[in-house]
Write a protein that binds this ligand. Structure first.
Ligand code: FUL
Length: 488
C-alpha cells in the first residue's frame, strides 16, 4: 500500500522495527565463506554438464578436503558450501535414489562419499558446512514430471539434511531448464522449505529461498546502499526485472527486481507496506569460471580485485561467498592458495589493532544507562549506544589517547534492533585542531567498513544525518590498513 496520508513517522517506525531471525543473525556474522564447485565438469572442462556424462570420468587423484579447509581458513573464511549436485545431476554422495553418483566412479573404488569428507574436514577445522543442491537436474529421467521429480528431490534433500551434521546453509540456484521431453518442472518450493525447517532449523535458505537474497550479479558488484529491509515480494522466486504492476493490496506501485539499484530507501519503503528482513549475499568466483579450467590458471583474481569485493560486500552490509574450484587432482591450485593467503594476511594485519580501544566516547545524547556511548567500544555486539527514541539525528565522538594515522573505520549497527542509519558522515580532528571530513555514506547495517586516504588525527566524530526512528551503534573501530600506500 502506498502510504499517502499516513504520517511519515508511522511507516518509518514500522520499517525500523523489522528485525532478522536468529538464523539470519548467525549467518550474517559469518561474513566471508567459500563456495566449492566440483563435479564431473571439472574433468570435462565444462561449466554446465549435460547429464549424460559417464560417472567414470570422476577420478580425482589426490583429493584432500582438509587442504580445501586450510585454504579457506588461510583467507579468513568461516564456512564452506559444497555443490553436492550441480545441474548435470551427478551426486557427490552415494544417494540411494539414483545411480548417477560417486559410487559409480573409480574414486575411492566407488566407496567414497565426498559430502562426508568435506563435512568432516570442516568440523575438524572449525568451519561451518553448507550445501548447494541444484533443483535443475539434467540427468534424472523424472525431471519435468513435476510431482515425481519433487518427490525424488525431497528424498535427496532429506539424505543431505540428515546425514552430515549441522548445516548453516542450503543454497538453491534459480536455474530451471526444460526436462527431457521439453516438459517444464514446477518446483515445490514450499515443500522443500518445510523439510529444511523441520530437519535443519538453524540453516538459512539462500538465493531461491526466504532468508538470504542474491545481490543481483555474479561479478562481485555491491550497491553502495545495501538494505536488509526490502519489499516482501523480493522473496518471490521469479527473478523479475523492475516492472510496473499491482502489488500490495491492489495498490499500484512499481515492483522492485533483484537487479534494481534501490531496494530499500525511504522512497521505496514509502510505496510498499509489506517489508521483510532479507539481507544480501555477494557471490563470485576467484577465477572467471565456477569450475576449474587449466586455461584459467593465469586468471586468478588479483589481491586488489578480491579486496575490492571484500570491502564492498563484508564492508557494505552483505556477506561474501567466494568460489574456489578444485582441480582434477581434487586440490585447490597453488596459485589460488597463494592469493587466498595474501588476502587473509591483509585482513588479519589490517584489523588486528583497533586504535579506538582506549578512546573516550561521548555523544549528543544517550538513551539512559543501558545505551551509553562507551558501549560502541566494548567489543560486545549485544550492547549498543542509542539516543532517545524518535531522535533521528545524533553524533558520537571518540577522543583517542593520542595522535594516530588510520585509513579504515568500521561501524556496526545493533541489527537485532533493526537497520536504522540512512546517511552519515565521519570527520577527523587533524594536527592543527581543525575538523576534516574523511567519509560520507548511507547505510551501515551489520557492518560498514569505511575506506579513505590515511589521515593523522586525535579524534573522530560520527554524525548521523538521517536515520529511521533512532539510530543504534554497537561497534566503532579505527584501523590502519597494511596497504603500502597507506604507510606512506
Ligand atoms: C548459477 C549456475 O548456473 C552456475 O553454474 C553456478 O553454480 C552459479 C553459482 O549459479 O546459476
Amino acid at each position: 500500500m502506498v502510504h499517502s496520508g499516513t504520517p511519515a513517522s508511522d511507516w518509518i517506525k514500522a520499517a525500523a522495527r523489522i528485525v532478522p531471525s536468529e538464523r539470519q543473525l548467525a549467518w550474517q556474522e559469518m561474513e566471508f565463506y567459500a563456495f566449492i564447485h566440483f563435479t564431473v565438469n571439472t574433468f570435462t572442462d565444462r561449466e554446465w554438464g549435460t547429464g549424460d556424462e559417464d560417472p567414470a570420468l570422476f577420478a580425482p587423484t589426490e583429493l584432500d578436503a582438509r587442504q580445501w579447509v586450510r585454504a579457506c581458513k588461510s583467507a579468513g573464511m568461516t564456512g564452506l558450501i559444497l555443490t553436492c549436485k550441480h545441474h548435470d545431476g551427478f551426486c557427490l554422495w552415494p544417494s540411494k535414489h539414483t545411480d548417477h553418483t560417486v559410487s559409480a566412479s573409480p574414486w575411492r573404488e566407488g566407496r567414497g562419499d565426498l559430502v562426508r569428507e568435506v563435512a568432516e574436514a570442516c568440523r575438524e577445522g572449525g568451519l561451518r558446512f553448507g550445501i548447494y543442491l541444484s533443483p535443475w537436474d539434467r540427468h534424472e529421467p523424472s525431471y519435468g514430471d513435476s510431482a515425481r521429480y519433487n518427490a525424488f528431490f525431497l528424498n535427496q534433500l532429506r539424505e543431505l539434511l540428515t546425514g552430515y551434521g549441522e548445516l548453516f546453509c542450503v543454497w538453491f540456484d534459480g536455474a530451471c531448464g526444460e526436462g527431457p521431453n521439453g516438459k517444464r518442472q514446477e518446483y515445490d518450493w514450499p515443500a522443500y522449505y518445510a523439510l529444511i525447517r523441520e530437519l535443519q532449523p538453524g540453516a538459512v535458505i539462500s538465493v531461491c529461498g526466504p532468508d538470504v537474497r542474491w545481490c543481483g550479479n555474479e561479478a562481485g558488484c555491491v550497491r553502495s546502499s545495501e538494505w536488509s529491509v526490502v519489499p516482501a515480494h523480493m522473496q518471490d522466486n521469479e527473478k523479475i526485472q523492475a516492472e510496473s504492476q499491482q502489488v500490495d493490496d491492489g495498490q499500484f506501485a512499481s515492483r522492485i527486481g533483484t537487479q534494481d539499484d534501490d531496494l530499500g530507501s525511504r522512497e521505496v519503503i514509502r510505496r510498499h507496506s509489506r517489508l521483510i528482513w532479507y539481507p544480501a549475499e555477494v557471490n563470485t568466483s576467484i577465477r572467471p569460471g565456477w569450475f576449474y579450467h587449466a586455461s584459467e590458471d593465469d586468471q586468478v583474481k588479483s589481491l586488489e580485485e578480491l579486496l575490492a569485493v571484500y570491502y564492498g560486500a563484508v564492508g557494505g552490509n552483505a556477506t561474501f561467498l567466494l568460489n574456489l574450484p578444485p582441480d582434477k587432482r581434487g586440490l585447490i591450485h597453488e596459485r589460488d592458495l597463494e592469493r587466498l593467503n595474501e588476502l587473509g594476511n591483509h585482513l588479519r594485519e589490517t584489523f588486528r589493532d583497533n586504535l579506538a580501544l582506549l578512546a573516550r566516547a561521548e555523544a549528543s545524547e544517550a538513551r539512559g544507562e543501558k545505551h551509553t556511548p562507551a558501549m560502541v567500544l566494548d567489543g560486545d555486539k549485544q550492547t549498543y549506544w542509542s539516543p532517545r527514541e524518535g531522535t533521528e539525528q545524533a553524533w558520537l565522538q571518540l577522543e583517542l589517547p593520542g595522535r594516530a594515522i588510520f585509513d579504515r573505520i568500521v561501524l556496526m549497527e545493533h541489527i537485532r534492533s533493526g537497520q536504522r542509519i540512512e546517511r552519515f558522515r565521519l570527520d577527523a580532528r587533524t594536527c592543527d585542531g581543525s575538523w576534516q571530513e574523511i567519509y560520507c555514506g548511507t547505510v551501515v547495517g551489520y557492518k560498514r567498513i569505511c575506506c579513505f586516504d590515511p589521515v593523522e588525527a586525535d579524534a573522530v566524530r560520527l554524525t548521523i544525518e538521517q536515520s529511521r526512528w533512532c539510530p543504534t551503534l554497537s561497534g566503532f573501530g579505527i584501523y590502519r590498513s597494511t596497504a603500502k600506500e597507506a604507510r606512506a
